[in-house]
Ligand binder design. Structure first.
Ligand SMILES: C[S@@+](CC[C@H](N)C(=O)[O-])C[C@H]1O[C@@H](n2cnc3c(N)ncnc32)[C@H](O)[C@@H]1O
Length: 290
């Protein structure tokens, strides 16, 4: 059977369901290498069904004969398609006030401490690195607005590699079920109804939106950032990176943090044996050490 004939054959994928196209090991390795190079994301063989499910949509949308033709298109370095490919393979799971103890620590311990420590500074810089669809930076903004007086100069930077999630984050419109983790008081203060395709969509009020700058940024590339941050949130991002990539990234975060700055990582992430630039202050909360 010819290669293209084989690609069009109806067969079964690793999940045992009938699939329209065959993803050969060679195709899979090409995709895994490319996402590793572009985003640092490590994809092993067990993820083949997931890769199939995410990329088959691109093969269909582009009306290609199969995955081989998709590999060829990506190998030619088509910028738009390489971006779509990367967007398709990122995992964007997030929620408002995810890992609530981080926000409790900010509200009850860290922000009051910063205000007491340098009452005249009145300046706060926070970075949500790998912010996905925006729930994390909006949760940060609501927490800060609750505690920090309005005459403080507060700026939150929210970045992600995935251009589609950054556009959604910047729009700040959420299905009402996604806002269920937000207390009634905060919801009333910071959201208004409407703004999306469904009548029950909730839109972030402009005042909260104005606290945040959203930017597409690949953490593996140079960071066009001015100044250091008081707080960096990089949660549930490095879980997809290998240890050498994590080591480089955390050392760069240390450089980008003020000497008394704090780093928050995801619930399953640790800097143990990865970076000695931080001191563990509490579960997944670190202070800069050197
Ligand atoms: C699972 S989400 C985490 C969102 C949020 N931080 C949270 O904890 O809820 C991971 C995000 O990291 C982003 N990401 C993955 N690799 C990245 C890279 N190399 N540079 C920047 N962002 C990246 C993905 O696009 C995705 O939106």
């Amino acid at each position: 059977m010819s290669r293209s004939g084989q690609e069009n054959a109806v067969t079964t994928n690793a999940g045992g369901r009938a699939s329209e196209f065959i993803m050969t090991d060679q195709d899979f390795r090409f995709f895994a290498d490319l996402i590793g190079k572009r985003a640092g994301i490590v994809i092993t063989e067990v993820k083949k069904p997931l890769v199939y499910g995410r990329l088959v949509r691109r093969v269909r949308a582009l009306k290609l004969s199969g995955f081989r033709e998709y590999c060829e298109l990506l190998a030619r370095g088509d910028d738009t398609e390489c971006e779509q490919f990367t967007n398709a393979l990122t995992t964007n799971l997030t929620s408002f006030f995810r890992e609530p103890r981080h926000f409790e620590f900010l509200r009850e311990t860290l922000l009051p401490k910063l205000m007491k420590q340098s009452p005249n500074r009145k300046r706060l810089r926070i970075w949500s690195a790998g912010c996905s669809t925006g729930e994390e930076p909006y949760s940060l903004a609501m927490t800060v607005a609750e505690v920090v007086p309005s005459d403080w100069d507060v700026k939150i930077l929210a970045t992600d590699l995935d251009s589609q999630v950054i556009a959604r984050a910047s729009a700040g419109v959420y299905a009402s079920e996604r806002t269920e983790n937000i207390s009634q008081g905060l919801l009333k203060r910071w959201f208004q109804r409407g703004g999306g395709e469904r009548a029950d969509m909730m839109r972030v009020r402009q005042e909260l939106r104005d606290m945040i700058t959203f930017l597409p940024l690949n953490l593996l590339e140079p960071w066009p950032l001015r100044g250091q941050f008081d707080i960096i949130f990089c949660r549930n991002v490095v879980i997809y990176f290998d240890k050498p990539t994590q080591r480089v990234l955390f050392n760069r975060f240390a450089e980008q943090l003020r000497s008394d700055g704090h780093l928050f990582v995801g619930h399953s992430e640790t800097l143990y044996k990865v970076s000695d630039r931080f001191t563990l202050l509490g579960n997944t909360i670190y202070g800069r050490a050197t």
